[in-house]
Design a protein around this ligand. Structure first.
Ligand code: TMP
Length: 227
């Protein structure tokens, strides 16, 4: 995508993937590893990451609630992002921090632009001016088979209890998630400098080793194998 601003002093890293691709676990493991090396990364997420954002998240994802139209969905995710950038991400980057964000603009391109059918241009148009023109320095795409990802996401919801389910998209069929996956892979292919596609199959440890390699040019200590 054109018009990206330079990353600034901080390091903005985003993680993407279909439901159940293991993003949140991998972000947690990475944050722990950075912390052990003396880097206190800020871990945040979209939708969410601010008080208003968490309310938008509840409205957007509550399973069974009246579904917003695709356009309203796009505008709410974008509103969440504008608040999140202003309140959380930009101040952290300005302070020189590493920010690890669980989903960002590529999720809107893949879910609303591609899978919901609004088109990538409709999403990009909303993200041309500040604060929404912020682009990540690196995006890790955890690529997973939708069958396995959905099974993992549903199992997690069962464990957490139905009231914790954030299932609007988990209720979508396989074809929807296949379309999201294809869109993510196409975005990654179009911007190989920013993206690293990481195989999301195998154990948490297997995936973590791949994530570390994907970021080792930014944080050389991640390349060192575990003791
Ligand atoms: P999560 O499962 O990673 O917490 O993400 C919540 C859901 O929000 C996930 O189903 C994907 C969806 N989503 C969008 O559809 N568009 C967006 O822009 C973002 C950030 C998330």
């Amino acid at each position: 995508m054109s018009g990206a601003r330079p990353p600034g002093d901080g390091t903005f890293l985003t993680f993407e993937g279909i439901e159940g691709s293991g993003k949140s676990t991998q972000i947690r493991l990475l944050a722990r590893r950075l912390e052990a090396a003396g880097i206190a990364a800020l871990v945040t997420r979209e939708p969410g990451g601010t008080a208003l954002g968490e309310r938008l998240r509840a409205a957007l994802l509550e399973p069974g609630a009246a579904a917003p139209s695709p356009l309203v969905e796009l505008l709410l995710y974008t509103a969440d992002r504008a608040q999140h950038l202003a309140e959380v991400v930009e101040p952290a980057l300005a302070a020189g921090r590493v920010v690890l964000c669980d989903r960002y603009l590529d999720a809107t391109l893949a879910y609303q632009g591609a899978a919901r059918g609004l088109g990538l241009e409709a999403v990009e148009r909303l993200h041309r001016d500040p604060p929404l023109d912020r682009r990540p320095l690196r995006t890790v795409l955890l690529d997973a088979d939708p069958r396995e990802g959905l099974a993992r996401a549903r199992e997690r919801n069962r464990r957490l209890g139905t009231e914790r389910s954030e299932g609007r998209f988990e209720e979508e069929g396989l074809a929807f998630h296949e379309s999201v996956r294809r869109a993510y892979l196409a975005l990654a292919a179009a911007d190989p400098k920013r993206f690293r596609v990481v195989d999301g199959s195998g154990t948490e440890e297997d995936i973590e080793a791949r994530v570390r390699l994907a970021l080792a040019d930014l944080f050389p200590f991640l390349a060192v194998p575990r003791p």
